[in-house]
Design a protein around this ligand. Structure first.
Ligand code: TYD
Ligand code: MG
Length: 454
């Protein structure tokens, strides 16, 4: 049989028969590269020919004690992990280059070693001297973390086998090189096989492993998405370059909830934990301004207040612009359409900009009403009362739906000194926090009540 070359997308790992400029799998441009054929093993004979060994079966009722977890003491990290580090688990920490992954993991390594875990930090990018310099800056010089600079996977695995650490950190998976795979470091097959070797090693030896993966833009290097399915937990470290806030977000977790976030602030001495993110996200807020609305959101298990900012201005272009940062642009289009067709408020010929302040990213539909309020407030040039939070889901009919965890949202708002809330009618537990509650049944009513129009 002729071995065919395969073409693999570096962004999503989809394989294609021929090259093309755009990947059909994920839509990325210029991300497809040619790979040497993946070895299909020495023989193509069906598995039926030779007998394997029989595997042990157990039933569902077998008692399973929950794994003993180790808390790092960095509360923001522990919560995102689902309550600490699980032994023999594999964790991927993805993020843009320079966002602070190595800083976070060096701090985590030091904290875990303080808790008695043996930690090895393998860097394929920085010399040990550089890492020590960083540790100096972070005030971690005394931490009992073993360092190595190495990219050869075989040597790394041998060392890990001898040293038997409880946690190994591999920074980054894209620099690792397996000598049994015939392609350059950073290619899809190298990254895949390095991740596979490390995760199976971790499971077999009862060692936890944290893989760092750079999110790549140019498509020449395989991105972390292609190893997401191999690991137990996928965390992304995000933030805007201009802001000092960094958000660690769990997108997959076999040992805990997803949607959980941990908030950090990048300082001159490394990352410091932000235990009250609402206060931080609202700290830059000025006086009440048109277009600014405070949304009471829930991130994972925790309420987080943040500010939405909208700008609506006459468009100089034939096609009006809609630009969104931190929210879903499809959802914005939907809300604009509901405002137009249910409330008769046109946005045609107007540029619309929406921004979630502080580099937060919101995915809850509960932000619908806050977005609508920001848009209306910007369009009518009327500020909403500054001490009011807003939340609620909008349906296509323009009706408002109550959302989950109303009480937690209100509690957080009360804690931060807000005195009122605009919520969908029928929301439960609104009376207990002593806030002035405005119940809204539909968007038309909201426009009339708040903006005296409609
Ligand atoms: P780094 O952890 O090297 O990023 P990554 O591993 O994700 O590529 O972080 C690099 C950035 O963080 C760099 O621009 C400098 C900044 N930084 C601080 O602001 N304070 C610090 O104490 C440290 C160590 C880094
Ligand atoms: Mg790094």
């Amino acid at each position: 049989m002729v071995k065919q070359n395969t073409f693999t997308c570096n962004a999503c790992g989809a394989s294609h028969k021929k090259w093309s400029g755009r990947c059909d799998g994920c839509g990325a441009w210029n991300s497809i590269t040619q790979e040497a054929p993946l070895s299909a093993g020495p023989s193509k004979k069906s598995l039926g020919g030779k007998r394997g060994r029989s595997i042990n079966l157990t039933d569902l009722s077998s008692k399973e004690t929950p794994p003993p977890r180790t808390m790092s003491g960095l509360a923001e990290l522990d919560r995102v992990l689902g309550g600490g580090l699980v032994p023999a688990s594999a964790i991927l920490v993805g993020g843009d280059p320079g966002i602070g992954k190595s800083t976070l993991l060096l701090q985590a390594a030091a904290s875990f070693s303080d808790k008695g875990l043996k930690v090895i930090y393998v860097s394929g990018e920085e010399a040990s001297a550089q890492i020590r310099m960083r540790a100096d800056r972070l005030g971690l010089r005394g931490a009992d973390v073993q360092l190595a600079t190495e990219t050869n996977l075989r040597d790394i695995l041998t060392t890990l086998e001898e040293q038997k650490p409880a946690l190994a950190i591999i920074d980054s998976i894209q620099t690792m090189w397996a000598d049994n795979v015939e392609s350059a470091p950073g290619s899809v097959s190298q990254v895949r096989s390095a991740a596979h070797e490390l995760t199976t090693f971790a499971k077999r030896r009862g060692m936890a492993v944290i893989l760092v993966g750079h999110v790549t833009k140019d498509g020449q290097i395989a991105g972390p998405r292609i190893v997401e399915h191999m690991v137990d937990t996928v965390l992304y470290f995000e933030g805007e370059r201009g802001h000092q806030f960094r958000i660690l977000r769990a997108v997959k977790n076999r040992f805990g909830p997803t949607d959980e976030i941990g908030v950090f602030e990048m300082t001159g001495k490394g990352l410091s934990e932000v235990t009250n993110p609402s206060a931080l996200f609202l700290s830059e807020r000025d006086k009440p301004a048109p277009g600014s609305v405070v949304f009471a959101g829930i991130e994972g298990t925790r309420p987080v207040l943040c500010e939405l900012q909208a700008l609506v201005a006459p468009s100089p272009h034939s096609q009006a612009r809609r630009a969104v940062v931190g929210w879903d642009s499809g959802r914005l289009a939907m809300i604009l359409a509901v405002l137009e067709s249910r409330c008769g408020i046109p946005f045609a010929g107007l540029d619309v900009y929406l921004n979630v302040a502080g580099g937060m990213r919101i995915s809850e539909p509960a932000a619908d009403l806050a977005v609508a309020a920001a848009l209306l407030s910007a369009r009518e040039d009327t500020a909403l009362p500054a001490d009011t939070v807003v939340f609620g889901e909008i349906s296509l009919s323009g009706a408002l739906r109550p959302v989950g965890q109303t009480e937690n949202r209100l509690k957080e708002a009360a804690k931060l000194g807000f005195s009122g809330a605009i919520v969908p009618a029928g929301s439960k537990g609104t009376s207990r926090q002593g806030l002035k509650i405005q119940n809204i049944t539909d968007l038309t009513g909201f426009v009339g009540d708040i903006f005296g129009a409609g």
